[in-house]
Design a protein around this ligand. Structure first.
Ligand SMILES: [Zn+2]
Length: 432
């Protein structure tokens, strides 16, 4: 269809593409740069560029990067042409709330999630994630930004996990706590604002408002974003008033209050609602997740690890939390608070990669348009987290790309039909 629309091309030549490939940034010592694959064109596709939809276009990839984007017109000559008429091309997606479980981060890219933002994990597990995320070499792994250990108090949320989590005690120096996380490799600071055990409801100690303010201010002084776990509105309010960059869960104990919306807007704070998590809490059957993972386009691609997470029950149900979360997402979205996708992958009921497809469907069920949901997985988090090389389909950016059969910009469930994923311009093997 698109090829028939040939008009004058934009003048991109093989020479200009090769020159762009040669202009790859110089990377840190020890980082392999590979541009083995010859330049190629993904042709005849609907493009969701991270913000808007281009009905038909062609994307030229070389040296791990997008080097040209044509909105219609003739397919540029001189390259290997891969014609995907009838499909939609999207930027690689960003899961804004995962827990890193191993350096072999292959499950996420197989489902189009090329960047993962970890929200608590043991820094000893991470591997060479910093080198990888600036490299354009072919890789099967997601890129990682990590919180490392989070900020919690003695006896607070997470301290019963058996992991060697450092704690923030009364009188401790917030700057020293943040500096220690930075030495461990943390990219951002995560604060645990949870005053009850989520599994059994018993009260637990939590950071005070003063401690929260001190930690958020210390993070800001050191140039680290600060984000908060809060599942009750009262504690979300504490976090927002302290100036966090975002909430990485959405509270489900009440309708979102006008003052909370005002504070979020004033602080330009974002919300990562983790509807997928609330869906897992809501019922053991978890129909939203089950519909995706049992889809014949999805089920054969699940790894044993993904199945393990998805099939592990919480052992309780909280009917109503998902409905409350859906209402709150819509209120925040309508008010203009940025929404970003996150799943909480790495905990029971949620799996890396595939669960982001569930999150997208739940955002649309909440009332976001499919395009708004896709922005929440691409350009919005890229912009808010300062990830300038990704989240859009634009010349010069990293060639993390997702090809989908059909049109997810009008029917979000089409995301179940991902057919190809490129990481740094190289095809990802989707077979687990
Ligand atoms: Zn989490």
């Amino acid at each position: 269809m698109c090829f028939a629309h040939a008009v004058a091309s934009s003048g991109v030549t093989r020479r200009s593409v090769l020159a762009a490939g040669l202009a790859l940034p110089v990377l840190s010592a020890g980082t392999a740069v590979a541009a083995e694959k010859p330049p190629f064109v993904i042709a005849g596709v609907r493009i969701f560029d991270g913000k808007r939809v281009v009905p038909c276009g062609h994307v030229v990839v070389a040296g791990g990067r997008i080097v040209a984007v044509h909105h219609g017109g003739r397919v540029p000559g001189g390259f290997e042409v891969q014609d995907f008429s009838g499909c939609t091309l999207l930027p690689g997606m960003i899961d804004g709330h995962v827990h890193h479980t191993a350096p072999a981060r292959t499950d996420a890219p197989r489902f189009g999630v090329t960047t993962e933002l970890d929200m608590v994990s043991d820094p000893a597990w991470h591997g060479p994630y910093r080198e990888q995320r600036v490299s354009y070499a072919p890789t099967a792994l997601s890129d990682l930004w990590t919180a490392g250990w989070w900020a919690t108090v003695p006896g607070g949320w997470g301290t019963d996990s058996g992991l060697p989590i450092p704690v923030f005690k009364p009188g401790d120096d917030a700057a020293a706590f943040v500096a220690a996380r930075r030495v461990e490799g943390s990219d951002h600071l995560k604060l645990a604002l949870e005053d009850r055990n989520l599994a059994n409801g018993t009260p637990i100690p939590v950071l005070s408002a003063a401690q929260t303010r001190a930690l958020v201010a210390a993070a800001a002084r050191s140039g680290m974003p600060a984000v908060a776990h809060a599942t009750r509105q009262e504690l979300a309010r504490v976090a927002l008033e302290a100036g966090v960059n975002g909430l990485v869960h959405l509270f489900t104990d009440a309708d979102v209050a006008p003052d909370v919306i005002r504070t979020a807007l004033r602080a330009n704070a974002f919300v990562t609602p983790t509807l997928t998590l609330w869906s897992a809490f809501d019922s053991a059957e978890n129909p939203a997740s089950a519909a995706v993972v049992r889809d014949p386009r999805v089920a054969p691609l699940l790894s044993a690890k993904q199945r393990g997470f998805l099939e592990t029950p919480w052992g309780f149900a909280r009917p109503g939390v998902l409905a409350q979360a859906l209402r709150n997402v819509l209120a925040l979205h309508r008010a203009g608070v940025p929404i970003t996708t996150g799943t909480d992958a790495g905990i029971p009921g949620v799996a890396h990669g595939v669960s982001l497809l569930v999150e997208l469907e739940l955002l649309v069920r909440a009332g976001l348009s499919p395009v708004a949901a896709l922005r929440a997985a691409t350009s919005t988090p890229a912009s808010l987290w300062g990830l300038a090389d990704r989240g859009r389909i634009r010349s010069g950016l990293r060639a993390d790309l997702v090809l989908v059969e059909g049109d997810p910009t009008s029917d979000i469930s089409a995301m179940r039909g991902i057919t190809r994923v490129w990481r740094n311009g190289s095809l990802v093997n989707r077979v687990p």
